[in-house]
Design a protein around this ligand. Structure first.
Ligand code: SAM
Length: 261
């Protein structure tokens, strides 16, 4: 996101939007895919939540017994995430920091890193992937969700629906896929103001290569489809069933070259 610290009230709005279980889109479409790849969470596992926002994913993991560190650049959101600890102390440690610079974490100190819809908002995503590889133990994992790079290219993609006879045929049009770029989005706040945030598109192979170069291998993926709750809200359900708008990647940290596995 762009300059979140300068947008007074944005953090409060985002905190209210996500609440303690994520907004409808996260809760019923993205998060089930994220947690499918996270899988069982052993008690005491050390988890890093990159771009943690108001911390609802961090809290969900902490409730399962994980020891969680949350990182976000937005002071307002980190403040909000900390405030949730007053409601329910879960011993989550929050840092206001850039995900590409985690000097407060030592090498190989994390078992599982997660980033829910944050890599697409992080300018230095390659630095973040490298830094994540530094802090994750060999055999540990990095699970993240992003806008689907093939089908949801910010303002340069959209639906095409062809109606003839029978059910409509749905296509997704995508422009300038191969070109990494940033784009800004307008969010209308409930008080009438609007803010712009910035998102970053990178092609699918970019992610795979950055992960590989940093020392991760991709072991699994999800392209989440609508859950039953999502279907109840009739948000282009039939379309998203055919063409996913999100991608979840599970990557495993490889042992450094020459060290025993
Ligand atoms: C779309 S929000 C997702 C937040 C949260 N993971 C969720 O699922 O609600 C993206 C988050 O990434 C954070 N962010 C953007 N750039 C960052 C950076 N360089 N380092 C850490 N966090 C960053 C933003 O402040 C924002 O909270």
């Amino acid at each position: 996101m762009t300059d979140p610290e300068r947008i007074d009230g944005f953090g409060a709005w985002y905190d209210e939007k996500q609440g303690d279980s994520g907004d409808l889109w996260h809760r019923t479409l993205i998060d089930p895919g994220l947690f499918a790849r996270i899988g069982p969470v052993p008690r005491g596992i050390r988890v890093l939540d990159l771009g943690c926002g108001n911390g609802y994913i961090a809290r969900r993991l902490a409730r399962l017994g994980a020891r969680v560190v949350g990182v976000d650049t937005s002071p307002e959101l980190i403040e909000r995430a900390r405030a949730w600890q007053g409601t329910e102390p879960l011993d989550i440690v929050y840092h206001r920091a850039d995900a590409a610079h985690l000097s407060f974490l030592s090498d190989q100190s994390i078992d599982l890193a997660v980033a829910n819809m944050s890599l697409v908002d992080i300018e230095n995503a390659s630095g973040t992937i490298r830094e994540t590889a530094r802090v994750v133990v060999p055999g540990g994992r990095f699970v993240f969700s992003i806008s689907h790079p093939c089908f949801d290219v910010d303002t340069r993609s959209g639906w095409l629906v062809e109606v003839t006879v029978g059910p409509p045929t749905v296509f997704r049009k995508v422009a300038r896929y191969q070109e990494p770029h940033s784009d800004s989005y307008r969010w209308a706040l409930p008080d009438g103001r609007s803010v712009r945030t910035v998102g970053y598109h990178r092609p699918l192979a970019w992610y795979v290569k950055q992960l590989r170069t940093a020392g991760f291998i991709v072991v699994d993926a999800e392209e989440p489809g609508p859950s039953i709750e999502f279907v109840g809200h009739r948000m282009k359900r039939e379309w998203i069933e055919q063409i996913p708008l999100h991608l979840v990647i599970e990557a495993r940290r490889e042992p450094a070259q020459g060290t025993p596995g």
